[in-house]
Design a protein around this ligand. Structure first.
Ligand code: HEC
Length: 185
């Protein structure tokens, strides 16, 4: 019954001596952390394949994430959906991201996207009978490789980006539409 993602959330003394991390910080983000007086967050993230991230962007756009997390992942939900947190903050490595996406978060609105989640015990060792009314909502199902791709997209294209998205990001998501004019400088 343990909820690993909560316990393994960053900020719980993850800056351990000897922890090897491969950083994917963008220069802007690196500058940010360098100028901060707090120790920079250390999270182990594998190098991302740009082709996987590109596929993952399409999975992101075709799935349900934007409703709750905003099209840019910054937490500005769309319409009547529950609000999800800003995903542009570097918080989890690839394995944990994938687990959260596939299994959702029991007791919250974070939806699961693995069709077999809680049917067998692949998610946190639990099935629906264990969860009762704490089961998370069912999201649009995705395959294992789509989950890997969306994780690559989050790490490459969301992590470390400012909360306010750029015009370029908006046009990537929506095309060159008037809705993006508000992001022009
Ligand atoms: C129905 C609303 C909803 C949908 C759909 C949804 N999420 Fe979430 N998501 C949430 C909420 C709410 C949380 C915070 C859960 C908590 O309190 O622990 C969350 C948490 C997360 C987290 C952990 C972030 C953190 O700061 O702890 C990730 C990563 C994430 N979602 C990714 C996704 C992706 C990718 C998709 C689409 C495949 C998606 N979510 C779809 C509502 C949603």
């Amino acid at each position: 019954m343990s909820l690993a993602p909560h316990a393994r959330r960053l900020g719980l003394g993850l800056v351990l001596a000897g922890l090897v991390s491969l950083s994917v910080f963008t220069p802007a983000f690196a500058q940010d952390t360098a100028s901060s007086s707090e120790a920079p967050a250390v999270v182990e993230v594998a190098a991302v394949d740009p082709a996987a991230a590109e596929r993952g962007f399409k999975v992101w756009r075709g799935s349900d994430c934007a409703g709750c997390h905003g099209w840019s992942g910054n937490g500005e939900k769309i319409g009547e959906n529950p609000k999800g947190p800003n995903l542009r903050v570097l918080e989890y490595d690839a394995d944990i991201l994938k687990e959260i996406i596939m299994c959702g978060r029991p007791s919250t609105f974070m939806a699961f996207h693995d069709e077999r989640a809680y049917v067998d015990d692949r998610c946190y060792g639990m099935v629906f009978a264990d969860l009762g009314n704490t089961a998370p909502p069912k999201g649009k199902p995705m395959t294992d490789s789509q989950a890997d791709d969306i994780v690559a997209f989050i790490i490459q294209d969301l992590y470390g980006k400012p909360e306010r998205p750029s015009l370029e990001e908006c046009q990537r998501y929506y095309g060159k539409k008037p809705v993006c004019n508000m992001y022009a400088e």
